[in-house]
Design a protein around this ligand. Structure first.
Ligand code: AOF
Ligand code: ZN
Length: 364
């Protein structure tokens, strides 16, 4: 790499770092950071996107500008927008500033932009360099990109199990398999997500809170998918003062008389079948980029089968629960050949006290 390339990479990495400051707060928007240099290559401003409705990264950088940007450069990890959304188009600001060079890491997959922002910059005589630190930028906004391309939310399936692969005893008891530290980590992981999904069985059995315990404000949306609508009259999820709850039910099977059990503060949506894809699409439409599936084996298996899960997080405790017919994290995929099985990649292992945490990607 030449000296010039090293410094371009350095500024783009700075933009990516600034973008990461919007972690957990920008959804449905992407994480974006911007760096502005003057015509002599001196840093004169920077900004990042914090929250939808607030200034975009470029807008914040131009608002913070203390010197003339004429003849200068901008580094931004996502193509500047060219549409009037909640805020005005960023390309207009770049063009009117007199900036001469734009280093853009990746194109914006949002159809309102999708290459049009770059075209407008080029038509205004700005030299655009596309692709610097592409891998890091794709990774940073993988959930936003996934939602825009597939119209489904990026899904992560999380479970906790014993070293012999059990998620509960034969009698259903499961409190607690993993240690306190692992359980606290789950609360902080949840802050990365826009919604947490469980099935009706998990609600009936565990009566979970599904919150980050205040680590994220607002808390992720709590989603219950039910086939029967036969949900308890009392439930932690019915207390909307801590977090919002959405019940999604399968209208082909549910008994609608149970709708009266659900308090008015809870949102309700119906879907025409029990295909998890419908849940993922509803959540994507509501602006959820990344969703956490904390559901039981059957819903999780159906979600994997319908490509709703892109990553997994497994907490594994060094304990033996035993039981021939005890519960596994997943149900039957009905694989008959070893070449049909699902192979995960990019696995990372960390130790949490004596527990293990494995993160892995599913390619679909
Ligand atoms: C940028 N810089 O910092 C961000 C961009 O409704 P709005 O106005 O917030 O627009 C949201 C869309 O704008 C979002 O889907 C994405 O295409 C783009 N986000 N663009 O130039 C930014 N956050
Ligand atoms: Zn913008």
């Amino acid at each position: 790499m030449t000296g010039a390339n090293v410094s371009h990479t350095k500024w783009m990495k700075r933009a990516i770092f600034l973008a990461s400051l919007g972690k957990n707060t920008t959804s449905p928007n992407p994480k974006v950071g911007a760096v502005i240099l003057d015509k002599n290559g001196k840093l004169i401003s920077e900004g990042f996107h914090f929250k939808a409705g607030m200034p975009h990264a470029e807008a914040m950088a131009f608002n913070n500008l203390k010197k003339d940007a004429k003849g200068g450069s901008i580094y931004v990890n996502l193509e500047p927008c060219c549409h009037q959304g909640r805020t005005p188009p960023c390309v207009d600001k770049v063009i009117s500033s007199g900036i001469k060079r734009a280093y853009i890491s990746i194109e914006d997959p949002d159809v309102r932009v999708a290459g049009k922002g770059i075209k407008m910059l080029e038509e205004a005589g700005i030299k655009v360099h596309l692709g610097l630190c592409k891998k890091e930028s794709l990774d940073l906004n993988k959930a936003f990109i996934h939602r825009n391309i597939t119209k489904k939310a990026f899904g992560v399936f999380k479970w906790a199990m014993s070293i012999d692969g059990r998620i509960a005893l034969k009698n259903g008891k499961s409190k607690w398999i993993t240690n306190e530290e692992s359980r606290a980590l789950v609360h902080s992981f949840r802050a990365e997500f826009d919604a947490i999904i469980i099935g009706g069985n998990t609600l009936r059995k565990d009566n979970p809170l599904l919150t980050t315990r205040g680590l994220k404000n607002p808390e992720p949306l709590r989603v219950v998918f039910t086939k029967s609508l036969d949900l308890p009259i009392k439930s932690n999820l019915w207390d909307c003062s801590k977090a919002k709850t959405l019940v999604i039910y399968d209208s082909s099977r549910a008994n609608k008389k149970y709708l009266t059990r659900i308090p008015k503060c809870v949102d309700v949506e119906e879907v025409s079948s029990d295909n998890p894809e419908l849940i993922s699409k509803i959540l994507a439409k509501r602006g959820c980029n990344k969703v956490l599936w904390e559901c039981g084996p059957r819903l999780a298996t159906a979600a994997i089968k319908s490509n709703c899960i892109q990553e997994i997080i497994a907490f594994i405790a060094p304990k033996i629960l035993g039981g021939e017919n005890s519960m596994n994290p997943l149900a039957d995929f009905e694989f008959g050949e070893m070449n049909e099985i699902i192979k995960l990649s990019e696995s990372q292992l960390s130790l949490i006290g004596s527990d293990m945490c494995v993160k892995s990607s599913l390619k679909n």
